[in-house]
Write a protein that binds this ligand. Structure first.
Ligand SMILES: Nc1ncnc2c1ncn2[C@@H]1O[C@H](COP(=O)(O)OP(=O)(O)O)[C@@H](O)[C@H]1O
Ligand SMILES: CC(=O)OP(=O)(O)O
Ligand SMILES: [Mg+2]
Length: 424
């Protein structure tokens, strides 16, 4: 029996996205062949929607609402049941399981999960849903090796004057208090997709990347490397999200509740979790959920809609524009593309249209509304939704929509990693 399958798991704020691949060492461009995908979305806005789709099936994947999926753990159990009943795959062939881990601290490379690395990751990931999925995976598929891929690794290139906070530097160094940045696997894929669409060599690409999902962040890429990003020490900073406040005046929390510093006793949190009530409020009880009552951006009628949906739409728009403006300046206006990705970035037609109109003053060509309307149905990994722009200093600005797929990014890295395959 060939041990040639790679399972990739991406536990996001509101979703669990899973893909199974067969290693194909003969193809350098795409050394993995997709066998199946499964996605569980709206975990934080029940009922969760489940889909399970074999790559050989040419029908569209169908989302089915499932009441019994309450969290990432039950989402994974549901996937395993479907894998066992709907796909005739010998689980013994799964040799590696790739896990997207949001916080990698100072890990710069993917790391095989063993007792020591798990303990380290656990300390860094108080608010991340991936830990429960890693545990469930190890117990359900004990013969496979688990590898952690970190969202933070992509941002190692951020210069220290940008990643440092203006606090006591001795304490900052001792406790690792700096900007780490997240969504790196998504940004990395957006970068390679954009490099195919623009005419720049990857090492000279300048981009503003917008990953707008339940968790949202932006990244300025200079010469193919992360220069700055909006999330910080934790994913809380920067843009607001489904349940996160994004950047606020840090003193706000002391006015919001006088219990902000207490360790929470929320039963939905694992006992070992050491988060303060302040972190819980700002990460899990803020954002769209707090403003509109739903984490679902899709159900929101947009800027013309009634309050409080209008407030949420306009507030998000304001914050996204804020960072586009800042990054435009940091990149000296020399930008190849503004890239939309993530659930809202890929499917929020009105949101893209409004941003498109605002950035025209920065030299972006107008959005082509016909392309904008159909971008999410397009099967291409990247869709250019702008009209042809003018070349300035060797760069032509574009507005792109990229289908983000952190699972394939991890699987690709996994099969190309000599450390893993030489040993098997
Ligand atoms: N058609 C749509 N228009 C706007 N937002 C959408 C649409 N479809 C999904 N979304 C939003 O995308 C978000 C989920 O994005 P996603 O990137 O999948 O999340 P996660 O952070 O869990 O990975 C949700 O807020 C959802 O409401
Ligand atoms: C870091 C983070 O918020 O991830 P996601 O957007 O997938 O929830
Ligand atoms: Mg995500």
């Amino acid at each position: 029996m060939a041990a040639d399958l790679v399972l990739s798991l991406n536990a996001g704020s509101s979703s669990l996205k899973i893909s199974l691949y067969q290693r194909d060492p003969t193809s350098a461009a795409l050394p993995v062949a997709l066998l199946l995908t499964s996605s569980i979305t709206s975990i934080s806005a029940p009922p969760a929607k489940f889909s399970f789709h074999l790559a050989s099936d040419h029908h569209k994947a169908v989302d089915v609402p499932i009441d019994s999926i309450k969290d990432h753990n039950t989402a994974f159990s549901h996937f395993l049941e479907a894998l066992r009943s709907q796909a005739s795959i010998n689980e013994g062939r799964i040799v590696y399981i790739c896990h997207r881990v949001v916080h990698g601290g100072d890990y710069l490379e993917p790391v095989e999960i063993n007792e020591e690395s798990y303990e380290h990751i656990e300390k860094l990931s108080d608010l991340a849903p991936s830990l429960s999925v890693i545990k469930a995976c190890i117990s359900a598929l004990p013969s496979a090796k688990s590898v952690a891929y970190f969202d933070t690794s992509f941002h190692r290139s951020i210069p220290s004057h940008i990643s440092s906070y203006a606090i006591n530097q001795e304490i900052a160094k001792k406790r690792g208090l700096k900007k780490y940045g997240f969504h790196g696997l998504s940004f990395c894929l957006n970068l390679s997709s954009s490099d195919r669409d623009t005419l720049q060599p990857p090492g000279s690409l300048n981009l503003i990347l917008l990953h707008l999902g339940s968790g949202a962040s932006a990244c300025a890429v200079k010469d193919g490397k992360s220069l700055d990003t909006t999330m910080g020490l934790t994913p809380l900073n920067g843009l607001p999200g489904a349940t996160r406040s994004g950047a606020i005046d840090p003193s706000l929390i002391f006015h919001y509740t006088n219990k902000a510093g207490r360790i929470t006793h929320d039963p939905s949190m694992a006992a070992h979790v050491g988060v303060t009530m302040a972190e819980d409020i700002l990460n899990r009880k803020a954002g769209w959920k707090a403003i509109t009552g739903t984490t679902d951006f899709e159900s929101r009628p947009g800027s013309e809609g009634p309050e409080p949906f209008r407030l949420a739409f306009d507030l998000f728009l304001d914050r996204v524009l804020h960072y586009i403006g800042a990054y435009h300046l940091k990149l000296d206006g020399e930008i190849d593309a503004l890239v939309f990705a993530g659930g809202i970035g890929e499917r929020g037609v009105q949101f893209r249209s409004v941003i498109g109109k605002k950035v025209e003053c920065l030299g972006y060509p107008p959005v082509r509304e016909d392309k904008n309307n159909t971008a999410s149905e397009d099967h291409a990994a990247v869709v250019d939704i702008s009209t042809v722009g003018q070349e300035i200093k060797g760069r032509t600005k574009r507005i792109l929509v990229c289908k983000t797929d952190e699972q394939i990014e991890m699987a690709r890295e996994c099969v190309l990693d000599d450390r893993f395959w030489n040993a098997t």
